[in-house]
Design a binder for this molecule. Structure first.
Ligand SMILES: Nc1nc2c(c(=O)[nH]1)N=C([C@H](O)[C@H](O)COP(=O)(O)OP(=O)(O)OP(=O)(O)O)CN2
Ligand SMILES: [Zn+2]
Length: 121
């Protein structure tokens, strides 16, 4: 079994109420996020690839555009803009591409990340 990972970055704003971080989190502010998408499988003998990284890149670009430079609280399907919901959101939009192993969202400036291991097929 092989795992293939591609990363992408996006910049987005949010406001998060009811955390121990207090008022600063409640004001609208921005973060740089780094996402990692991991697909698993066995390389096709003909191509030597689990999945063409170009296909993964195309699908990633679609989801990246829904997040980059956006106010995350306005994205209804996301729900509360936490790392947990971001990882689920990205998973749901990339599940058609191949067998996903995990999606991680990193907020490096805060040394925080969250990994979603969605439904394994
Ligand atoms: N389970 C979770 N708990 C919390 C989350 C989360 O996503 N899942 N998120 C937060 C905060 O948004 C996060 O910790 C960042 O804090 P924030 O005040 O937004 O950013 P900072 O000013 O600390 O960081 P910068 O360096 O300015 O980016 C809390 N809990
Ligand atoms: Zn924040």
């Amino acid at each position: 079994m092989w795992e293939l990972t591609k990363q992408f970055r996006f910049e987005a704003a949010h406001t998060l109420k009811g955390t121990t971080f207090g008022e600063a989190s409640e004001e609208i502010h921005g973060h740089s996020f780094r996402a990692e998408v991991t697909v698993r499988g066995t390389p096709d003998p003909a191509t030597g690839m689990v999945i063409d990284l170009g296909l993964l890149q195309r699908a990633i670009e679609e989801v990246r555009l829904t997040l980059d430079h956006k106010f995350l609280n306005k994205i209804e399907a996301l729900g509360t803009p936490t790392l947990e919901n971001l990882s689920r959101f990205v998973w749901e939009r990339l599940a058609h591409v191949g067998k996903l192993s995990r999606v991680s969202i990193h907020r490096d400036s805060c040394y925080e990340s969250c990994t979603y291991y969605g439904p394994q097929t």
